[in-house]
Design a binder for this molecule. Structure first.
Ligand code: BAL
Ligand code: ZN
Length: 880
């Protein structure tokens, strides 16, 4: 397959002004009539109209009123080219498509009898021939016609202009979107759906209609999504002065969906997972996920839709920025300082768990990639989460007000246009009178930089020096890296654990502050603090001010000190993680050398964890995070050669030893963090439940009667899904006598709730008791299907990515299973298959015996006939 390069970007030869579409919807054969007005683009000297089509049948093509014969155009490889077209062109295109056969869930497809679309990135070309690229923005008018009984609801982008009966059992609806948009934001929905609707008054006084559409029977699960939408609207007005520009804003939930959700203009289409919630079916994490995804898609209305991407290499322009915005929104919704810190920790955990490995592997790519084979493979944690970190660094460097000025200038300059990451950076720079040219390297260089910290204290001079040195390992296609512009937030703690006032030499500021943002722009730089009365303990990279690895030598005593005192909650958490990591890495080495994983001599760690667990001033949500050991994946990243079994054994031994040593404290924490009464998903209650369920999980590590009873009682008495699933997960990982019965009962109770059945599969897939054979058995369950992405993810992905000790079975059976599933999914849904294919991309990091088996599995997939370019790109790059 062909590789597309960023350097080859050329503006389109023709721009589209208007798009009128007529759909005659039928699952077996839908006819689409499209009328486009186009004109030559003064910024291009091309003379051909270039349209893309993928798997669509061309029924008729007319230009300026005359039918085009095969002499007038060329059609091949998904490209339809009309040569020597006149200045102004009207095209009438009729296509035929087969929605019921479309299992890729891109373009127009059917889910549970209803029609939905997904057009980002290149799905519109599965509906009709079109210049399907984001720098072609046009106004759309869409007529939908369908059977009235089967499809009573007909929705598209923008405003409803007209609807009526066609007399033959069919009806129609005409929609018009007043805003220019790229084709990837087109959407239609048709089917039997119901909605919750509310009106909302905007800051300007304008009234808008908000709707959340779901299948019948789900109206008791829409309130939280609706509330989240209203909060998002308010937040964007207040924080960024951005108002909803449409009269109507719709969210529609669909059970078959590749992604989390999609920001189609005025008609967001959501995976049910990010809409449906009530205490019976949704956990605290689900509630938080819905709030953030609803916000994310809503925020795209400005950052993505009003200002969109020039080309797909610029994807992070909208995604990194919008993730940053949803992260800030979620933090503000919690509202407390400690809540903000917990949210930050959560986001950094995701980054380290998923993005750092990506940045160190064969699929590493810059935030703004230089090339791709299949753009769907670049909806990555690098583009999204690292992209959000890059946006966050502007705010760290420029301050919140400076960042807002940059945003204002960005919209002033680019509203209604398709632009680049450079345009965003220049708006930030120009609005603040700053030179941010070096900052561009965050977009162009892949890899996670490493920052090494060395310090020196001069008591006589009362001076403390911090030397920061940076490096970045080679990544595919980038052997050498230039120094990044890295904001490093630093504080200094005195012997009491209090922040010292900081006087940074050369900063020109006489004002004392307690956190300084050092700007590291060279390979190595020394920063000097004056008037430092005693030798401090430095707190470096506060609030995780840059997405880097930080190498800093602390003693165990210093880490415990920081864990107890740092005013920066992120670094308090970080100190505890470092303490645990150090101990665990030492034990992994011991195990590799034939020793025991038994976590003896973990005294300092036990003391530090005990202090955190018993400190009643701490927020339970923070305690939960601080008392959770670094994950097996995060541990693996620290090692040159990964032995997943040694890592698992050590982490488990450590959990048991913490359970044993702090047993009484866990029991007290369990009791103290009960949340009796009616369920509420607010952050405070959720934090308590989180800590309580962590205490339960630790206690169940002891696998004794008392712990089994505690879990069983919690299961029996739970009045919400968080507690129920927490208890079930604990039981599933134990040898409790009630284990099987609880699993069976859970299924019976929730059989009708697809999202809960997903949890049931997922929980078992990740249980330490579940091996490959057990997963194969679960696949034979009548509720299992590979066709539904949520279901496939719940079992297959959960096992392959979330159960490392079983997946990496020494006989390679996990890898064989993986290869079979990638191949099976490839035939159904390439996008989902390619995601699963990523599981083995770090194979070279594993111990040799496993490496060989992983490589064989990758080769098996690579040798499969009819491999999609999605999967081919992943396995080819993995094996390269
Ligand atoms: N644009 C694809 C889904 C999302 O990031 O919102
Ligand atoms: Zn997005």
């Amino acid at each position: 397959p062909q590789t597309i390069y960023r350097k080859d970007y050329a503006p389109p030869a023709y721009l589209v002004e208007t798009v009128e579409m007529g759909f005659d919807l039928d699952p077996d054969l839908t006819r689409v009539a499209t009328r486009l007005t186009l004109s030559r683009n003064p910024e291009s000297d091309g003379k051909s109209v270039v349209l893309y089509g993928d798997g669509v049948q061309l029924v008729q093509l007319r230009m300026n009123g005359r039918e085009l014969t095969r002499r007038g155009y060329a059609l091949g490889n998904g490209v339809l080219e009309i040569f020597n077209a006149p200045e102004q062109v009207t095209l009438e295109i009729e296509t035929a498509i087969h929605p019921a056969l479309n299992t890729s869930l891109m373009g127009l497809y059917v889910s549970n009898g209803n029609f939905f679309t997904q057009c980002e990135a290149e799905g519109f070309r599965k509906i009709t021939f079109f210049p399907d690229r984001p720098d072609v923005m046009a106004k759309y008018k869409v007529m939908l016609r369908a059977d009235k009984k089967k499809y009573p609801v007909l929705l598209s982008n923008g405003n409803l202009i007209e609807q009526g009966d066609l007399g033959d059992g069919r009806h129609y609806a005409l929609w018009e979107d007043p805003f220019k948009k790229p084709s990837y934001l087109f959407a239609l929905v048709a089917g039997s759906l119901v909605c919750q609707e509310e009106t909302c008054t905007l800051k300007s006084g304008r009234e808008v209609l908000l709707q959340v559409w779901v299948e019948e029977g789900n109206l008791d699960k829409t309130q939280h999504a609706m509330d989240s939408l209203k909060h998002s609207i308010r937040w964007d007005e207040e924080r960024y002065g951005l108002e909803l520009d449409l009269d109507r804003f719709m969210i529609v939930a669909v059970g078959d969906f590749n992604m989390g959700a999609m920001e189609n203009k005025g008609l967001n289409i959501f995976n049910t997972k990010y809409v449906l919630a009530n205490p019976r079916i949704a956990t605290d994490a689900d509630y938080a996920g819905i709030e953030s995804v609803v916000a994310h898609e809503y925020f795209h209305n400005w950052t993505g839709n009003r200002v969109t991407c020039r080309d797909w290499f610029q994807l992070s322009l909208k995604e990194g920025l919008t993730v940053f915005r949803d992260q800030e929104f979620s933090a503000d919704m919690i509202g407390t300082d400690s809540g903000r810190a917990v949210k930050r920790i959560e986001d950094v955990r995701v980054l380290r768990q998923a993005q750092f490995p990506e940045d160190a592997g064969p699929m590493a790519h810059p935030v703004r990639p230089d090339s791709y084979v299949e753009i769907n493979n670049f909806y990555t944690v690098t583009v999204y989460e690292k992209g959000a970190e890059v946006v966050r660094m502007y705010q760290t460097l420029l301050g919140r007000d400076g960042f807002r000025k940059g945003m204002d200038l960005y919209f002033e300059r680019h509203d209604g246009h398709a632009v680049t990451c450079d345009d965003f950076r220049l708006a930030m720079a120009d609005a603040n009178g700053r030179d941010l040219s070096q900052f561009e390297l965050w977009y162009s260089q892949a890899g996670t930089p490493r920052v090494k910290v060395e310090t020196a204290y001069d008591a006589g001079q009362e001076a403390f020096e911090i030397t920061l040195s940076q490096s970045c390992a080679p990544t595919p296609g980038q052997a050498e890296k230039k120094p990044f512009h890295i904001p490093v937030a630093v504080g200094l703690l005195d012997s009491q654990g209090l922040d010292m006032p900081l006087f940074l030499d050369g900063s020109g500021s006489a004002e004392a502050f307690t956190t300084a943002v050092l700007e590291l722009t060279e390979s190595s730089q020394t920063f000097r603090f004056k008037h430092v009365k005693e030798k401090p303990v430095p707190s470096v990279l506060r609030n995780f001010s840059a997405p880097v690895h930080l190498d800093i030598d602390y003693t165990e005593a210093e880490l415990a000190f920081l864990m107890a005192h740092d005013s920066d909650a992120f670094n308090r958490w970080e100190a505890g993680q470092r303490l645990a990591m150090r101990r665990m890495l030492a034990l992994v080495k011991t195990v590799r050398e034939g020793g025991q994983a038994d976590a003896g001599a973990a005294g300092p760690l036990h003391d530090a964890f005990r202090a955190t667990l018993t400190d009643s001033r701490l927020d339970p949500a923070f305690q939960e995070f601080a008392l959770t050991l670094p994950s097996e994946t995060v541990l693996a990243e620290q090692l040159d050669v990964v032995d997943p079994h040694a890592i698992h054994a050590v982490r488990q031994a450590m959990r048991r030893s913490l359970a044993q040593a702090l047993r009484g404290e866990w029991q007290i924490a369990y009791q103290a963090n009960r949340t009796p009464g009616e369920y509420s998903p607010d952050a405070e209650s959720a934090g308590k439940r989180g800590l309580k369920n962590l205490a339960l999980a630790y206690l169940v590590e002891l696998d004794d009667d008392a712990a089994h009873r505690l879990a069983q009682t919690q299961y029996d008495n739970a009045n919400n899904m968080t507690d129920r699933i927490g208890a079930l997960a604990a039981l599933a990982n134990s040898s409790a006598p009630g284990r099987e019965q609880a699993l069976a009962r859970f299924y019976e109770d929730f059989e009708q709730e697809a999202l809960v059945v997903d949890k049931w599969f997922s929980l078992q897939a990740m249980s330490r008791k579940t091996d490959v054979a057990a997963v194969r058995e679960l696949m034979r369950h009548p509720a299992f299907t590979l066709k539904n992405p949520n279901r496939a993810r719940s079992l297959i992905f959960s096992f392959c990515n979330g159960n490392p000790s079983q997946f990496h079975a020494a006989d390679g059976s996990g890898y064989e299973f993986w290869a079979e599933q990638v191949i099976a999914l490839n035939a159904i849904n390439p996008q989902v298959a390619a995601r699963l294919a990523r599981t083995l991309d770090r194979w070279r990091k594993y111990e040799p015996a496993l490496q060989q088996k992983m490589k064989a599995a990758l080769q098996k997939v690579a040798a499969t006939r009819s491999l999609s370019k999605d999967v081919l790109e992943v396995v080819t790059k993995s094996l390269a």
